[in-house]
Ligand binder design. Structure first.
Ligand code: G3I
Length: 346
């Protein structure tokens, strides 16, 4: 029936795409997306570096195409991402001399950027990741250009600007490793204060970049519950399951020597062994059982890609890995994990 139909009564099921993949001549990619999913995110096309690579030079083409695709197929369009430390062009944070911009300049650019982007897609993009990854692994505010130049208020200001630009849009904070207790506590405290002071935040995106054995379901559940208790809608965003050793499980020497992988670091070049494929299915099943348990709080579960071949996980932390993190294989054929999810009792 397709994933979206399967989980129709639970949550939206989304994926992330590029305009290029939607356009692949066979049409197979676009057909899979339209059939399987009812929510869409641009994997890169709506990031500042791609929308406005040079000051005043806007490139809307890919983002427009993705939004149009969502409309043509009645999919919920999610915008990713307005304010981020990464994939934002250097000029954004600099003055004409190439020195760090001052606060007034950065705030002016922030306002112009959010007005232009959210304004352009007003009523068409249903929800936004207003701020992405502002917390640093449980250590508090990430010392990004945003934070260093503006202080922590850059974040609430972004939410207020986005709300003013499209008062009906559902506004989210999005981050990874949200299961970390210190990260959870930091953000719960922050959002509590936002809600008390009327800062327009409506949802939180838990990036689901997980592995076969991390994080624990327990810690993940604690974060889902903590955010839901604040009255925030919870979204699982960017879901994929890494079957290879995680970055912190590799020696830093292995990471820094570009691509000198020995087979032990890239063990599945010739295909994923059945046993690991089964582990992958089991992992997806236990994750979905948790999401289903909390379905009244979860708005959307979005995978970070469609087929294994296009996943960013083949290039992280170094290029050249052969990874299998998604539900469809390199020919877009459903994997056992897909079948296991479709067979779940609801
Ligand atoms: O656009 C250039 C292209 O011109 C060039 O030829 C090519 C050569 O490397 O690079 C292209 O840029 C790439 C870009 O994606 C667009 O495809 C970058 O190298 C590549 O590093 C970049 O990776 C993206 C990454 O964000 C950047 O941080 C991944 O595709 C994307 O999946 C990933 O997504 C992020 C989320 O936005 C936030 N959460 C984490 C997640 C995974 O890192």
């Amino acid at each position: 029936p397709g994933l979206a139909t399967k989980f129709r009564d639970q949550f939206y099921v989304g994926t992330a795409v590029s305009a290029r993949s939607l356009n692949t001549p066979s049409g197979a990619f676009a057909a899979t997306v339209a059939h399987q999913f009812n929510a869409l995110t641009a994997e890169n096309a709506m990031k500042p570096a791609l929308l406005q690579p040079q000051m005043g030079e806007w490139r809307w083409q890919d983002a427009d195409a993705i939004v149009r695709f969502a409309e043509q197929h009645q999919m919920l369009m999610h915008g990713h991402t307005l304010v981020w430390h990464s994939q934002t062009p250097d000029w954004f944070f600099q003055n004409k001399q190439g020195e760090p911009a001052d606060k007034a300049t950065l705030y002016r650019r922030q306002e112009e950027y959010i007005n232009a982007v959210v304004g352009r897609y007003k009523g068409r993009v249903h929800s936004w990741d207003v701020v992405n990854e502002a917390e640093d692994e449980g250590k508090g505010w990430r010392k990004s250009h945003w934070y260093n130049i503006c202080g922590p208020e850059f974040m609430e200001r972004a939410f207020r600007l986005a709300h003013a630009a499209d008062p009906k849009a559902h506004l989210c904070y999005n981050d990874y490793n949200m299961h970390l207790p210190q990260k959870r506590e930091f953000l719960v405290k922050l959002f509590k204060d936002y809600i008390k002071r009327g800062v327009p935040i409506h949802g939180v995106g838990l990036q689901g970049h997980v592995g076969l054995d991390y994080p624990s379901l327990d810690e993940l559940e604690k974060t889902i519950v903590a955010m839901a208790d604040l009255g925030l809608k919870v979204h699982i965003t960017e879901l994929d399951v890494d079957v290879l050793p995680a970055p912190w499980q590799l020696a830093s020497a292995d990471i820094s020597t570009k691509f000198e992988y020995d087979k032990s670091l890239n063990p599945y070049v010739d295909g994923l062994p059945d046993a690991v494929n089964q582990q992958l299915s089991a992992r997806y099943v236990e994750l979905f059982k948790l999401f289903i348990k909390h379905q009244q709080h979860i708005g959307r579960v979005t995978f970070w890609g469609v087929g294994d071949g296009d996943s960013w996980k083949n290039n992280f932390p170094v290029p050249g890995r052969t990874n299998y993190p998604l539900l469809f294989d390199r020919n877009l054929k459903p994997k056992p994990a897909y079948n296991a999810l479709v067979a779940l009792k609801l």
